[in-house]
Design a protein around this ligand. Sequence first.
Ligand code: AMP
Ligand code: MG
Length: 419
Amino acid sequence: MAEFIPQPSCADAHEPNSLSISQATQRITDLILPITESETRSLRDALDFVLHTDIISPINVPPHNNSAMDGYAIHGSDITSDKFSLRQVGIAYAGQPFDGAIQQGECIRIMTGAMMPADCDTVIMQEHVEVNDTLITIHGLHQHGQNVRMAGEDLKFDEAVLSEGHKITPADLGLIASLGIAELTVKRRIRVAFFSTGDELRSIGEELQAGEIYDSNRYTLHGMLSHLNVEIIDMGVVPDQKQALREALQQASEQADVVLTTGGVSVGDADYVKEMLTELGKVDFWKIAMKPGRPLAFGTINNTLFFGLPGNPVSVMVTFYQFALPALLQLSGEAAPVKQLIQVNCVSPIRKRAGRFEFQRGILFQDNHGVTQVKTTGEQGSGILRSMSIANCFILLEEQCDGIEPNTIVTVQPFSGLI
Ligand code: AMP
Ligand code: MG
């Protein structure tokens, strides 16, 4: 008699051989070696790239002590009472320092950003000053040393400013420009190839015949990958035929660092992805105790990482976001990002059976008092892609949770700009 081998089924809440999300994540993390190849890019073109080396400041920023205000640069020791007068002997603009001497009892007019004269250590805002030709009278209480920005206050010479593994943001472009650095050594962009599998799939622009549907997974994957700094190789739709799958997988793995497929990883009669992968590479085939999203295939074909995502459109987005995305970041050499989770009140009741971790689609909104709350998007079927379109977060429900009443605090994972 044939041995009975339990297989993953998306309908079964209690699957004894399922991996937890953290176990699956750990197995992926353990297998990835971040890329080591680097390239030199000009500053602007380095946006969204990952630093290959630390950036060490070659200068002090600001390079010199300078005024934080439009006003008058004085000797702090001249502040003796809440009303005193000084003689103005010159003027300093940003980029045009005053190079004369300033004695006690004297001052200069100074603009914001202008270099502080060596003699002075304090700036009085012009709003506190009465001017009578070259005689200025200062009112109010002032402190020695006020309104001066010190050299190196932002960045110090020889200080590590940004570390290897940091992804360059718009703020970093400005920061690095302030150091006078024109080129960066960054890690090369990783290449990600993907295709959809399924005899029923047509691409947009084609006529649908009976039983056919439009391929949506390639478009959501294209969108999510486009928001990452990766090279995208879209390989189209591959039919449920072993030879076609074999060729597509081989070709994809030769061109890319990561191959993503959707569909064909379940236990239907035309689900050949698992078989072809076992033939071509080393593959783990997992049932994950989550909804939506199981099963998932993960492994390698030669040196290429492989993710066989499920076919259902919502499952594709959830498994991509929870597993493939962190893996892509790790492979890119990016330092692990902090997972952004928030606790908020959920106004909707949620039906759920204990047994699997669920990623329900939610909408964060502000109530009439400006307090952030969350509600579900409604029907949560894994084929209902509209739930992802209108959602702006996942509501995370632990395995043991068996549903929630309205007005319960839940954990929410807001979508990053990716979805
Ligand atoms: P499978 O895992 O191949 O059995 O697919 C599960 C479900 O997802 C089926 O209803 C498929 O028709 C659907 N599906 C698979 N791939 C896609 C795709 N690329 N776009 C839209 N639906 C898909
Ligand atoms: Mg299929």
